[in-house]
Design a binder for this molecule. Structure first.
Ligand SMILES: Cc1cc2nc3c(=O)[nH]c(=O)nc-3n(C[C@H](O)[C@H](O)[C@H](O)COP(=O)(O)OP(=O)(O)OC[C@H]3O[C@@H](n4cnc5c(N)ncnc54)[C@H](O)[C@@H]3O)c2cc1C
Length: 486
């Protein structure tokens, strides 16, 4: 079947989607109704609802609730195949995507490509900070932070019980870097946790003595929400006991603290074991790979400029959506990705149906919200500016609506009842591997490769492949199109 992109394949148009986040998932769902083959490749096997990561880190929700299996979510979409793989290259001339999974490399041909690989944390050129101040971008991050937050209280109790009182302030000081929505939510939750949830759980320390510092180089909390709502959020945080330090630029991070330069140029050190990095994002490196080949501009945050219809210059068959794209200064929020993913899918449909293809992407701004604590949030929707309880109810309703799947919505609702009406947080479990995994992998450096212990092929006792001994170990042939059920 010929189409505008000029490609055909066994009568079915092949769409490859990279990423199972908001952009990728919503594109796949919409394409599921069309006469096309869809292949969704993602480096995670789940769809992550990032806005609630902080609730996993602070023990309110379990990771499964906010990260359902993508395969499960799309299981009824018979023309959609989901494969695990980390895309490391895209050849726009040959229309081939190359992805790694453990020790295998796979290639996939496409007629249309939708790239929705999102963004990771940016440490502004200091990736070494990540060891001491995990970011907030993945389930790994959230579980590691959960372990570090609850673990700090355990260490403080241990120190106090042994008479090492001088060490307690270091263990009970928490620094959150970045006063955007994620930083505000984290700082508010750690404060609430210490003053409410675990207030009576210890014998040697008083969790109410916990110091929570929220730092930002900017002069305002929640700058995107404007002066008034930003001011209200700051006041509420301070009522909760959060020490908000603005105009404070981080200049170094190590195991025991953070060095800061204030706006007057003076420098100081904050001693704290547990640090959280909630500042800065860097788009997927796939943006640069595409920019180098298509000439599309890539900005400092790695976002690639797209045409008004979300395609790349000279490549109407490649759409880039969500946090990776740069268009009209649109923010990196879920709605931009959702609407972008749906828009790209609609363009594929129009092209295949021979309909006009000159439509441009128009973003419908549905507003922004951030919670501060139980019963308190700020919301900016159209001309409406809300704060306090009403904004919080709105925040609850919107987030519940967008969590994927009824099971997750139901579970989230009951966890919220338990945590917000009662004091309990049912998800405080953390394991050694969650807390130390990153440090251990960092120490092992390049010598760490999971595939050494998880070989792809069965072998005999002396290490010889059980089947097909001549097949190369590291390359799996192109498998797309041969799959069942397409
Ligand atoms: C802590 C936090 C809180 C947030 N809160 C809000 C909020 O309250 N409201 C709001 O609107 N927005 C919020 N956001 C932003 C929102 O989550 C993002 O804008 C949105 O997730 C972007 O969607 P996306 O599809 O572009 O990318 P993502 O959702 O990040 O998805 C990217 C996908 O690509 C995959 N991937 C990445 N690289 C590769 C690769 N090389 N190969 C294969 N797969 C790859 C990833 O595994 C992932 O599945 C928040 C973000 C964070 C981190």
């Amino acid at each position: 079947m010929p189409d505008q992109t000029g490609s055909t394949h066994n009568g079915r148009h092949r769409v490859v989607i990279i990423g199972s986040g908001f952009g990728g998932l919503f594109a796949a769902r919409k394409l599921a109704r069309l006469d096309v083959d869809v292949l969704l490749i993602s480096s995670t096997t789940h769809h992550l609802f990032q806005p609630l990561l902080y609730q996993v880190a602070t023990g309110i929700l379990s990771e499964g609730v906010i990260a359902p299996s993508t395969r499960d979510v799309l299981s009824h979409k018979r023309n959609v195949t989901v494969l695990f793989g980390h895309v490391r290259d895209i050849d726009v001339e040959r229309r081939v995507v190359t992805a790694d999974a453990l020790d295998t490399t796979n290639t996939y041909d496409y007629d249309t490509l939708i790239v929705a690989a999102g963004a990771g944390q940016s440490y502004f050129g200091h990736d070494e900070y990540a060891r001491y101040a995990p970011g907030m971008k993945s389930i790994d991050d959230a579980l590691e932070l959960r372990g570090r937050i609850f673990g700090s209280f355990e260490l403080a109790e241990l120190a106090a019980s042994g008479g090492y009182h001088d060490d307690v302030p270091r263990l009970m000081t928490f620094v959150v870097v970045g006063a955007g929505p994620t930083g505000v939510e984290m700082a508010g939750q750690i404060a609430e946790l210490s003053r409410r949830t675990i207030a009576k759980d210890f014998r040697y320390i008083n969790p109410k003595d916990t110091k929570v510092i929220l730092l930002d180089a900017a002069p305002q909390v929640l700058p995107a929400f404007g002066d008034r709502l930003g001011g209200k959020a700051q006041k509420k945080l301070e009522q909760l006991g959060v020490d908000v330090q603005l105009g404070a630029k981080v200049i170094d991070v190590d195991a025991n603290g953070i060095n800061v330069e204030d706006s007057d140029g003076s420098r100081r050190r904050i001693i704290a074991l547990c640090k959280v990095w909630a500042a800065g994002v860097q788009a997927s490196p796939l943006g640069k790979i595409l920019g180098d080949q298509t000439g599309a501009e890539v900005d400092r945050a790695g976002r690639i400029s797209v045409n008004p219809n979300l395609t790349l210059p000279g490549h109407p068959e490649i759409f880039v959506v969500g946090d990776m794209m740069s268009l009209d200064k649109l923010p990196g929020v879920a709605q931009v990705a959702i609407q972008g993913g749906r828009f790209a899918a609609k363009q594929v449909k129009n092209r295949l149906n021979g309909k006009p293809t000159d439509e441009q992407f128009h973003y419908k701004d549905k507003g922004s919200m951030a919670t501060i604590s139980r019963f308190s949030a700020v919301a900016s929707v159209g001309k409406l500016r809300l704060s306090g309880f009403l904004a919080w109810l709105m925040w609850l309703a919107v987030h519940l609506f967008y969590i994927i799947g009824f099971k997750s919505q139901f579970t989230t609702f009951f966890h919220w009842l338990v945590s917000f009406l009662g004091r309990a947080r049912g998800e405080r479990t953390s394991t050694e591997q969650q807390i130390y995994g990153r440090l251990a992998i960092h120490k092992l450096g390049d010598s760490f490769t999971p595939s050494a212990d998880l070989p792809r092929r069965a072998t005999t006792e002396d290490g010889r492949p059980l089947t097909d001994p001549d097949a190369p170990d590291d390359v799996v042939p192109q498998a797309y199109g041969a799959r069942p059920g397409a």
